[in-house]
Design a protein around this ligand. Structure first.
Ligand code: SF4
Length: 349
């Protein structure tokens, strides 16, 4: 699961984020929306984990719960040795500089009444007692790092393009020299022509500053080149977590298979063998997920066991974790033998 020798900077264990549902005039607690329901992964220092899935699968909630922008319902989030999920308010405040977030919509995440200098130095105001000049010097340094002309220092967000605004958001995230950054769909709101520039910038910064990323995206083709490993989420749980090249060449989980069948394949040989899988039905409500496998209402390979028993995420090949009964020996001869056959044939699509 981990790269040999390199310790994980981030370890998430059984993270749950349930939002209570209250109904009636007495606001009775009648249930929970299980936005994140037992998610575990780790990220090696200096690497990127891609977290992908359709809209509403809980991937952004994972990022927010990890940084305590939401209070997690349960689980552990170890970042650089501290369990962030359990830190007391003052300890959490001291920890904040080391873990930051780049948001999806730079337009919405930047205060329109603040200048670039004010926005980027805001975290410095909060966490340092630096003089005004020293903070301005740091702002200039950050502008250089993210490719913004120093002349723009006193401009307001509306005077920048979408790509430039996202660079401001990245500069602000870097202000306190974090080690870990959650990038929550950082290119989704940008023009296609600008997306690659922002991704390249994030890659350059990672290399120069040794950053560790959780890169959340619904765009599987972008994650492919950015992340060493990719976790595919469905309805609040991880369906598959694999090295990027293995996942894209041969997805193991039926949901990952369906999701990837819709991605443009640059390799013509793989593209020719690929069949588009159209999933039927809707994603169930996270307030009332299926009793067994979360994907059982739409899975083309569903078996009896899937409707009653939740599969756990288990290593089925070196470095590849899958939550599916097709890969558990106890699931019965049909599923087990199909998985074995696929593995032996090294099936590719
Ligand atoms: Fe499909 Fe069953 Fe695997 Fe779930 S456990 S993905 S329903 S085969």
């Amino acid at each position: 699961m981990l790269d040999a020798g390199a310790p994980p900077l981030v370890q998430v264990e059984d993270l749950k984020m349930h939002f209570p549902i209250y109904t009636g005039i007495f606001r009775k607690h009648t249930g929970d929306v299980k936005a994140v329901d037992g998610v575990s992964f780790d990220i090696t220092a200096g690497q990127t984990l891609g977290l992908v899935g359709e809209s509403g699968c809980g991937k952004s909630t994972v990022g927010r719960a990890m940084l305590r922008l939401y209070e997690p319902t349960a689980g552990r989030v170890i970042i650089d040795g501290d369990d962030v999920a359990k830190l007391a308010p003052e300890a959490l405040r001291r920890k904040r500089p080391t873990m930051q977030m780049v948001f999806q919509d730079p337009q919405a995440s930047l205060n329109p009444r603040m200048t670039l200098a004010d926005i980027v130095s805001e975290p410095l105001d909060e966490h340092t007692d630096w003089t005004r000049d020293r903070k301005l010097e740091r702002v200039y340094e950050l502008m250089d790092q993210v490719g913004l002309n120093r002349r723009f220092v006193n401009r307001f967000p509306h005077e920048f393009s979408g790509g430039q605004r996202q660079r401001i958001g990245i500069a602000r995230a870097l202000a306190l020299k974090p080690r870990f950054i959650v990038c929550d769909e950082p290119i989704a709101a940008l023009d296609v022509s600008i997306q690659a520039q922002v991704v390249n910038l994030l890659e350059d910064l990672q290399e120069k500053l040794g950053l560790t990323y959780l890169f959340i995206s619904h765009d599987l083709s972008m994650v492919r080149h950015l992340a060493q490993r990719v976790a595919v989420m469905y309805l609040g749980r991880i369906a598959e977590l694999s090295p990027s090249r293995d996942l894209y060449a041969r997805p193991l989980h039926p949901y990952a298979e369906a999701l990837l069948s819709a991605v443009n394949e640059p390799d013509p040989e793989l593209a020719a063998r690929r069949n588009r899988i159209i999933l039927k039905g809707d994603v169930p409500s996270p307030a009332n997920p299926p009793k067994g496998c979360n994907f059982c209402t739409r899975c083309p390979k569903v078996m009896d066991i899937c409707r009653n028993v939740k599969p756990s995420l288990a290593e089925v090949e070196p470095g590849r974790l899958v939550a599916c009964h097709l890969y558990t020996p106890a699931a019965g001869s049909t599923g087990g033998s199909e998985a074995n056959e696929r593995n032996q044939q090294g099936e590719t699509r």
